[in-house]
Design a protein around this ligand. Structure first.
Ligand code: KG4
Ligand code: ZN
Length: 334
């Protein structure tokens, strides 16, 4: 079946057409990024995001249909992200999808953004099937999730404060790297000494599978401010490498505990930060050492995009999870 999907939870407006069923194909996946606009402010400005989504949503939806070579008559369901995210931004996508679905009498499916990130893997890894353990890391989320079925998810660990991507971006920002600095931190980390700075772990030491990135982030920002005040030039590469190493060690600690508690044979990585080359290699090696199969989307499907929302919409649809007329968007929610 063909699904038209829409994503507008943060600073990317995206529309896609995916073919799901025995064969899985991305027929189009149009992403309009607002990054350049928000970079001027050092982070996402919610009101600007909503307005920018409204300006392009209709255009990119028709572009997605045209690129896929289909019309609305060919669409079997419309999937849209309705949580979690910036409420104003989400509402633009939800209301647009709702009007389209109602006017054309097409079933509407609401998709949880995090489930969408995980589902990006189904588009490219046909052998991946639940149950599995997933680490979802993005600008707004850091969660360890046990996926017991295509539509059953249990969050077993989460960040108590900043998300992993957010902490990469904030450390980058203090070093003068434009928003979002995650990708540049990745590049710099490859050039630096990962043992240059000893930093506090982001793995909470409380027996849970939870993380806290704010202490690590503040610690490193203090180091940077101190060095700046003393006029000592700091090596951005070493900062990026040490920070990344600490993040990986923290993930390793929680993953070891997680696979003991939830012994699955597959490990999945997803979300914007899954584009990070160090995290990808680390996870691959971790899975290999522990006899697990490892899955991660190609970089083109790691960040926010509508194709991943379409993939999850398919599983929600076949499980009967279509939206009623009382549908809404929610800023938070599991
Ligand atoms: O999934 P995503 O596009 O948006 C959210 O749902 O939040 O994730 C965006 C996040 C940003 O924080 C960005 O800096 C980070 O993913 N990111 C990276 C890399 N590429 C993107 N972080 C570290 N290394 C990367 N290579
Ligand atoms: Zn995301």
């Amino acid at each position: 079946m063909k699904i038209l999907s829409i994503e507008s939870s943060c600073d990317e407006t995206s529309a896609a057409i995916v073919e799901m069923g025995e064969e899985r194909k991305i027929l189009s996946n149009i992403v309009a990024s607002q990054i350049e606009t928000h970079a001027l402010y050092g982070g996402v400005v919610p009101e600007i995001a909503s307005r920018a989504h409204s300006e392009v949503i209709s255009k990119i939806t028709y572009e997605a249909l045209e690129t896929a070579g289909v019309t609305l008559d060919d669409i079997d369901a419309i999937g849209v992200t309705n949580r979690p995210g910036l409420i104003g931004a989400l509402l633009v996508g939800v209301n647009f999808a709702k009007s389209l679905a109602l006017s054309r009498n097409i079933p509407l499916v609401l998709v949880h953004h995090i489930r969408g990130h995980i589902a990006a893997n189904y588009l490219v890894h046909p052998d991946l099937e639940p149950p599995f353990l997933a680490l979802v890391v993005s600008g707004g989320h850091t969660s360890l999730i046990e996926v017991t079925d295509y539509t059953h998810f249990e969050t077993v660990g989460r960040t108590k404060d900043d998300a992993m991507g957010e902490s990469f971006d904030k450390v980058a920002r203090v070093m003068g790297i434009p928003y979002p600095g995650g990708a540049e931190m990745d590049r710099l980390a490859s050039l630096g000494d990962k043992k240059a700075f000893k930093l506090p772990s982001a793995a909470l030491n409380d027996g849970s599978l939870d993380f806290s990135f704010s202490g690590l982030k503040t610690h490193i920002i203090n180091i940077l401010h101190n060095m700046e005040q003393k006029g000592i030039p700091y090596p951005k590469e070493d900062i990026a490498a040490s920070f990344t190493e600490t993040v990986l060690n923290s993930v390793e600690k929680k993953l070891k505990m997680a696979i003991e508690r939830y012994p699955h044979t597959s490990l999945v990585l997803a979300g914007g930060v899954s584009a990070n080359s160090h995290l990808r290699s680390f996870m691959e090696e971790f899975a290999f050492k522990n006899g697990m199969k490892f899955y991660v989307p190609p970089r083109s499907l790691c960040g926010d995009n509508a194709a991943m929302i379409g993939a999850q919409a398919y599983y929600e649809f076949i499980n009967g999870n279509t939206a009623s007329s009382s549908l809404n968007a929610y800023a938070t929610g599991e």
